[in-house]
Design a protein around this ligand. Structure first.
Ligand code: HEC
Length: 119
């Protein structure tokens, strides 16, 4: 009896190990996706608080968020160029939409959000 339970315990141990590793891999995959989602949520927040003033209605010639035709010539310039314009200002747009307290990452998330909504 005692000798028969040993392989069984070994088998269960192996099974638990595999199950745990599988679970850990799954969780890390999920948290990666959640992190990306988080950047978009952060971007939406910055957009709503700072950028929407101009970009929701197209004030002063700002490309309206959601307007694919207005955005396509901007999107062609490349994502990094757009982030750069938003950080340093362009035409009637002040640097960082006028909020000097925004970090480069905040601005980048907001641009990402706006572009995602407009292509
Ligand atoms: C005061 C109004 C105003 C605010 C606030 C504003 N923008 Fe703009 N934005 C503009 C205008 C006007 C343009 C068009 C500039 C041009 O093409 O001359 C523009 C253009 C852009 C572009 C295209 C740049 C390019 O190189 O083609 C991006 C990206 C952008 N804005 C992002 C943002 C982000 C992100 C925020 C918030 C952090 C923001 N804007 C806040 C007015 C604004």
């Amino acid at each position: 009896m005692h000798f028969r339970t040993v392989p069984l315990i070994a088998f269960m141990f192996l099974f638990l190990c595999c199950a745990t590793f599988g679970f850990a891999a799954d969780v890390s995959k999920k948290s990666g996706a959640a992190l990306q989602g988080l950047a978009l949520i952060k971007g939406e927040e910055v957009y709503m608080q700072v950028c929407a003033v101009c970009h929701a209605a197209g004030v002063a010639g700002a490309p309206k968020v959601g307007d694919k035709d207005a955005w396509s010539p901007h999107i062609k310039l490349g994502f990094d160029h757009l982030v750069d314009s938003a950080i340093h200002g362009k035409g009637a747009m002040p640097p960082r939409g006028g909020q000097a307290g925004l970090s480069d990452d905040d601005v980048r998330s907001a641009v990402k959000y706006m572009v995602e909504k407009s292509k």
